[in-house]
Design a protein. Structure first.
Length: 133
């Protein structure tokens, strides 16, 4: 009986370590993808940005209406491109990863700086985000 308890505890600890490694690996992958996305946003690479999304995207931009679907996202990006707004700094940082079975949930923080038409000083923003992958 004592050996069985030791084996069970060992297996439990091993599974927790494997799960922690998986979460750490996913956190690193999300941070890598977020770095690529941030670079695309700074470069105004709208086609590259769109490649991150599926047809059923739901985006919840701050201070804007909800965007549903890839076509609506393309229109929103076109409006942004034509607005004269220029993003000059953008950083995303994954703080938490949740394994939801079929999906992973990426929770994190962001900071950004934009030049806006008609404003002498850059606009700085910081906040939080949730992405479902």
């Amino acid at each position: 009986m004592k050996n069985l308890i030791i084996i069970c505890i060992t297996l439990l600890l091993a599974s927790l370590q494997i799960h922690a490694q998986d979460e750490g690996d996913m956190k690193a992958k999300f941070n890598d993808m977020n770095s690529k996305l941030a670079k695309m946003m700074l470069d105004n690479d709208y086609d590259g940005i769109l490649s991150f999304y599926t047809d059923d995207i739901i985006s919840l931009p701050s201070y804007q209406p909800m965007v549903r679907g890839l076509d609506a996202m393309k229109k929103a990006q076109e409006m942004n491109k034509n607005s004269g707004t220029k993003m000059t700094a953008f950083d995303l940082n994954t703080t938490d990863v949740i394994d939801a079975g079929k999906y992973f949930i990426d929770i994190g923080t962001y900071t950004l700086t934009m030049d806006l038409p008609g404003m002498k000083m850059p606009y700085n923003d910081k906040g939080k985000y949730v992405s479902v992958w």
